[in-house]
Design a protein around this ligand. Sequence first.
Ligand code: AMP
Length: 451
Amino acid sequence: MSFASLGLLTELRRAVSEKGYSEPTPIQKQAIPVILEGRDLMGGAQTGTGKTAGFTLPLLQRLIETQGPVKGRRPLRALVLTPTRELAAQVAESVQIYGRYLPLRSAVVFGGVSINPQKIKLIKGVDVLVATPGRLLDHVSQRSVDLSNIDILVLDEADRMLDMGFIHDIKKILALIPNKKQTLLFSATFSDDIMKLANSLLRSPALIQVAKQNAATETVTQVVHPVDKSRKRELLSYLIGSNNWRQVLVFTRTKHGANRLSEQLNTDGILSAAIHGNKSQGARTRALAEFKSGKIRVLVATDIAARGLDITQLPHVVNYELPNVAEDYVHRIGRTGRAGNEGEAMSLVCVDELKLLKDIEKLVKCEIPKDVVAGYEPDPAIKAEPINKGRGQQQKPSGKKPARPGRNARIKSANSKTDGNTASNNTPSPWRKHSGKNRRAGTGNRTRNAA
Ligand code: AMP
């Protein structure tokens, strides 16, 4: 996907291409069309995802599209609030760079520096203002800024603004801004306070959640468990039971797959619920509440249903099936290892999914360690089959079903460390060919115990 296909003006595309970006990042792909439509947005994204261009580019375009004839002093129409001076300066620089070929003016105000040069600039009139809350209120009280014409409001790093105690300043600022406006709220976390602020501010917002690319993997231990398709459910139950995981988010590719897996886990005595697009909002909310409270251990979700889920710091995420789109893998594993906590993301991968795995490894720029769980070795006789990506996917076992692992194998698995028990020395040929060296230094990944 290109910037042109997102519907951006030539002037903006020119600035972007001069900056050296060839392709939009995931948040840009998702946020730009939504913002251009004039919708409110709740973005779960941190620095490093490309979120600044994600909101700045469409914001500038909206200002151009709605600009009346400029007579006298320009009204201030867009306000970006940031928690820190550094971020304000960075965002203002982006506004300058991306807007360099557009007839718009911008300014930045933050504390710790003389207020007078800022006043002079503001009094001349600007279209876009980037500000920290305290200094903005200083300007309001000195009448150097008028917020009554704001059409677009951005709250960047809203969680940090609340952590830094800016809620009262924000409320004062909001009271000066018209109710009818487009609001974009970005936050790395969705705490109760953020949800409260979002509920009071946003109108039917689009929810977009992205993990920091590559860096999402820094605090997440990733591992691939090669396994036959027909034995994935058994392996999942085994991993949950033997590790005594209390809270696991499991991803499937399809709604049907999510329902089936959830039913099977319940049959195995592992309480679970499925959430996906065919479930009512009520059912989803209930499942989420039961998951959070610990009433159910496993939440089985499709990618779409998991977007914008207000669950933080999940210890375990399991890709029961790899996603068709590699970027969704980064979103999925971004559900664990949040806010500096370590998390585990494991993928149960069958021979059909080797191509998907390769695409993911290319995207995250590292090879994910392979760890065969003893007793669940893939059958080398099973050949890859095309992945059914459509609706109502049936997971027919491919090839013959290998025997369940015997007691000894299970005990060995439970006691074994991953060292030496990796794809290169005990896995069948398709895996060995694919895996090559299975650990690289400096990726932030590490293997985990087999059980
Ligand atoms: P941000 O998350 O907005 O702080 O952006 C993180 C970094 O990504 C910044 O250095 C941006 O210049 C860079 N960036 C933003 N968009 C793109 C893109 N489409 N392609 C490559 N780099 C980008």
